[in-house]
Structure formats: C-alpha cells, structure tokens
Design a protein. Structure first.
Length: 99
C-alpha cells in the first residue's frame, strides 16, 4: 500500500539554485522622471500602466522568492525525515535481529 517517495538532493539543490538565479535576473527599472512631466493623455495613461506593471512585477518577484524559500525548507525537511526513517529502519550500529 505504501509507495516510495524520494528526492535527489543534488538535482533538487541545482534546481533551487537555477530558480534563485532566474529571480535575481529579473530586473525592475522605474521609468525615467522625464516621462512623468508629460501632460499628453495617451502618454500619461501609458506611464500609469507601466508603473502598475512594474509594481506587479515587484510583487511577483517577492512571491517567487518566498516560494523558493518554502521549497528549500520543504526539501531539507524531507531529507531530514528520510535520514530519521533510515536510522529507525536500518540502524547502522548496535544489535541486529537475525534474518
């Protein structure tokens, strides 16, 4: 009834590293201040949309960073639990039952 659950920590850590690098490479640059001085309506609306998009991108980046931290912690807890279970089921020292 039970199935094996495993995690390859090398691959897992490599993927986490790639995720972190990708998030770090998300560059968020504010528009130049000269655009805020315009009073031509299509441009002001475009500027407002750009500012809103930048704010959303900043929120998205924070969410990704939080998710990466959660993934890291979850993977580490899985590794720790796996080691605990291995120690309980297969003690490395001490008396062992005869097979």
């Amino acid at each position: 009834m039970s199935k094996e659950v495993s995690i390859n920590m090398g691959v897992f850590r490599s993927n986490i590293s790639k995720l972190k690098s990708s998030v770090t490479n998300i560059e968020i640059k504010q528009p130049t201040s000269t655009l805020s001085k315009t009073n031509i309506e299509p441009f002001t609306k475009d500027l407002e949309n750009v500012i809103e998009a930048i704010e959303l991108l900043e929120r998205y980046k924070k969410i990704l960073e939080t998710d990466i931290t959660t993934l890291e912690q979850t993977g580490e807890k899985m590794r720790e639990k796996d080691e605990e279970l291995a120690a309980v089921n297969h003690p490395s020292s001490g008396p062992r039952p005869l097979s």
